[in-house]
Unconditional design. Structure first.
Length: 407
């Protein structure tokens, strides 16, 4: 066996091998800043992996993959070297010089295949532990990212967000993918991440510039861990906002931002279900396999949206009877009172639709579907998350449930 490996190594060393892309140079400090500017630009957008007209259409991601893919694409487009560590050892690295994709002639196909290979090689743990370093919250910039780990039902769950931008109020614009790994539109959130860091190596991180040096950069900082210990879980994110803001937030804009985040989730659910319907049509509506079911079902997405609405209403119950409502626009007051079932007027209904609604065509009739429709139907277990159920059932109408298996 060893003899065969020696022969293969000898053959490969003399065969015509090529890099995923030909790098012209290593990164420098200016490239690190330019990478941040690229993330803030429209070039890095929610459709970068899912638009059929995009150069990187077909890239499958989860949360860590989407972050790593951003650096791969920037390095490729700018002729820069790329390195990623798979363990704590500096010798365990993957680079753009790998010849594994020589069989692909199209340069973008090679890059996409490389991204998939990286996704199979490392995940959120390796991103946090071996490929990034903590930054001072006051220095957060686009291209930094946030990684966290928490326990659900005794199992560790991990998630990562790319920081797209820092808003004047100190809140962040965050992009993320999720599981299972598939081609998807990136989810957009404004505010702070949903889960608090538990300590090192989690939190606000920046890519280690391995292409420049394996040494920890001088701007590495433990400030966020000191803040976490000082202010605790309940006040950590609010302190980060205070450090970053250049203008004061208002209660009105805060509530609108929360509704906007929920609306993004609702719109993304529609796009996912529409994509599933197209997939079903292309496959003669056959029952989905285990992997297909995981890719197209929406139980976690539906539960997350329901929980988000609950959190919004919990806060609104406390606010609506206070004097703070004087600083909130009438549209927001009416909309949230309608969502809370405290105002059932047509004006309140229209206010909620103006803030967040989608157009749905069900049984041949087109109408508006808002957050209250979703919330009420979800509470009554009327919304189907099974991909083989009819389009109407996915949105709460009656129908015959599918005979296909759930997994």
């Amino acid at each position: 066996m060893k003899f065969i490996l020696i022969i293969l190594t000898f053959i490969l060393s003399f065969s015509g091998t090529a890099s995923v892309w030909d790098a012209q140079r290593n990164w420098n400090e200016n490239d690190l800043i330019s990478f941040s500017e690229w993330i803030r630009s429209e070039s890095y957008n929610p459709l970068i992996f899912s638009s059929p007209t995009g150069a990187y259409f077909g890239t499958k991601t989860d949360c860590a993959d989407a972050i790593i893919a951003a650096k791969v694409i920037y390095a490729f487009e700018n002729g820069l070297n790329f390195k990623l560590k798979t363990s704590s050892y500096n010798s365990d690295i993957i680079t753009n010089k790998t010849p594994l994709f020589d069989f692909l002639d199209n340069p973008h196909e090679r890059v996409i295949a490389f991204i998939h290979y990286l996704g199979e090689s490392i995940g959120t743990e390796a991103l946090a532990r071996f490929n990034s370093y903590p930054v001072d919250p006051r220095e957060i910039r686009p291209s930094d990212f946030y990684v966290s780990r928490w326990k659900t039902n005794g199992e560790f769950v991990r998630h990562a967000y790319m920081i797209k931008d820092v808003l004047p109020t100190g809140h962040l614009k965050l992009y993320s993918s999720t599981t299972p790994v598939k081609v998807r539109e990136l989810e957009v959130r404004e505010g702070m991440p949903l889960h608090i860091l538990s300590g090192r190596p989690w939190g606000f991180k920046r890519f280690l510039p391995l292409e420049i040096s394996f040494e920890t950069p001088i701007d590495s900082s433990d400030k966020q861990y000191e803040m976490l210990e000082q202010y605790g879980d309940d006040h950590f994110f609010s302190r980060v906002v205070d450090e970053l803001k250049t203008e004061e937030d208002t209660l009105d804009s805060n509530l609108k931002r929360r509704v906007k985040n929920l609306c993004s989730q609702l719109k993304l659910r529609k796009r996912e279900i529409d994509f599933t319907q197209t997939y079903l049509e292309e496959n003669s509506y056959r029952c989905m396999s285990y992997d297909e079911y995981n890719e197209h079902s929406t139980p976690s997405r539906d539960q997350s949206l329901q929980n988000g609405i609950k959190r919004l209403l919990y806060g609104w119950k406390k606010i609506r009877t206070s004097s703070y409502t004087q600083s909130i626009s009438s549209e927001v007051v009416l909309a949230l009172d309608y969502l809370l079932r405290k105002n059932t007027s047509l004006q309140a209904y229209e206010s909620l639709n103006n803030l967040c609604s989608i157009n749905l065509t069900l049984n041949g009739t087109t109408g508006q579907f808002n957050l209250k429709h979703f919330f009420d139907l979800k509470l009554k277990s009327k919304l189907s998350y099974h991909p083989n159920d009819s389009y109407e059932m996915r949105w709460g109408l009656e129908g015959k449930k599918t005979h296909c298996s759930s997994f």
